[in-house]
Design a protein around this ligand. Structure first.
Ligand SMILES: Cc1ncc(COP(=O)(O)O)c(C=O)c1O
Length: 369
């Protein structure tokens, strides 16, 4: 039995008619860049996350870049963030000419630790950028207080967490600006590259809207250095259709995660993901911690189970950041997670047989070790 990490064909099959109609409408109007398809999605997604404004862009990386620029992050500034994330979180800081300052994560959840983040604040710090890792909201209440106490911008990287909640508040509703990726494998995924920034601040939304389109104010009037970060019409149309199904897909992921939790409780040596009080994750990933992770990973692959490692090298130890003086041991909790975390397959259409096969195979591998 093959178990993929995600099965987009299975996800799209039941809604193929809706998707085809939406795509056809874009072709009928030849509205390929921005246009009504994107505007409709922006307004639906803003309401979904409870924000006044949503600006669609061409990737989550671009969303982060524009959010940081709009928050005033520039050369000489520092942004406190997590080393245990997809590298785009740090890229965006670097693109602004600022320096990402990596504070260690909470060893249990893998998320930026508020105490360590606060200790990393200096007079140069302009913003704090926590990540809602794996579909589980960061400790955003604590980050809101820290940002207010120090007069910093809080920017939420919610790329992995569409639909997740924390004490009833949705991902994307925290801080000054929140950023999403709609990379196809995300819980809400486009048919290509896409992302969005959401905010309640009209002036910031307006600036981001301008920056994504060559910073034009009126045609051929470029008021600052801009970018070509526009969302494509097709992506807006596909995302608007898929948004209608997101809660149902997330609920299926929750049921799979609960079943994993129950079955894994009987296997010694496996540490299941820890959920903070008040959090309602959407299980973009289901990461466990296991001894001898690379051997276990290889054993699962040999059985055609597509487990994956998120992330084998924390960002502070990436060659791209070597010149900034980060050394092994700087963020020990992130480094330990990078050694022993393994993401088990989880996707809405996963069958109970597939899930049971993953658990049995994991137990077999650990017994053999
Ligand atoms: C935490 C996080 N931030 C940012 C991104 C960047 O998004 P994209 O791939 O759409 O540029 C991703 C996803 O890839 C992500 O997982």
């Amino acid at each position: 039995m093959k178990v993929p990490m995600i099965d987009l064909q299975a996800q799209m099959a039941p809604i193929r008619g809706e998707l085809d109609d939406a795509v056809r409408a874009i072709f009928d109007d030849a509205a390929f860049i921005l246009g009504a398809g994107v505007a409709r999605f922006e307004s639906a997604f803003a309401s979904y996350v409870g924000r006044a404004f949503c600006v669609g862009v061409n990737s989550g990386t671009s969303a982060l870049h524009l959010a940081l620029l709009a928050a005033g992050v520039g050369p000489g500034d520092e942004v406190v963030t997590t080393p245990y994330t997809w590298i785009s979180t740090a890229w965006a800081v670097t693109y602004c000419g600022a320096r990402p300052v990596f504070a260690d994560v909470d060893a249990r959840t893998g998320q930026l630790d508020p105490l360590r983040a606060e200790a990393a604040i200096t007079p140069r710090t302009k913003a704090i950028l926590p990540v809602d890792l794996y579909g589980h909201l960061a400790d955003l209440g604590a980050f809101e207080e820290i940002a207010a106490r120090h007069g910093l911008a809080l920017i939420e990287d919610a790329a992995q967490s569409q639909g997740a909640r924390l004490r009833g508040r949705p991902a994307g509703s925290f801080g000054l600006l929140s950023c999403f990726s709609f990379y196809p494998s995300k819980n809400l995924g486009a048919a290509g590259e896409a992302g969005a920034v959401v905010t309640d601040d009209a002036a910031l939304a307006e600036r981001i809207r301008r920056l994504r389109d060559h910073a034009q104010e009126g045609r051929h009037n470029h008021v600052e250095v801009g970018y070509n970060y526009r969302m494509e019409g097709l992506q807006g149309a596909v995302l608007a259709v898929k948004l209608r199904h997101l809660d149902r897909w997330n609920e299926a992921r929750r049921q799979h995660a609960a079943r994993y939790d129950a079955l894994l409780a009987d296997i010694p040596d496996v540490v299941a993901p820890v959920v903070r009080a008040g959090a309602e994750p959407v299980w973009h990933l289901y990461p466990v911690r296991v001894p001898d992770r690379d051997r276990v990973h290889a054993d699962l692959q040999a059985r055609e189970i597509s487990a994956a490692v998120h992330y084998p090298v924390p960002v502070h130890l990436q060659p791209a950041y070597a010149s900034q003086g980060w050394i092994r041991g700087a963020c020990p909790a992130a480094e330990a997670l990078a050694r022993d975390s393994l993401s088990l397959p989880i996707f809405p259409e996963m069958t109970s047989e597939q899930l049971a096969f993953v658990v049995t195979s994991l137990a077999d591998s650990l017994r053999a070790g």
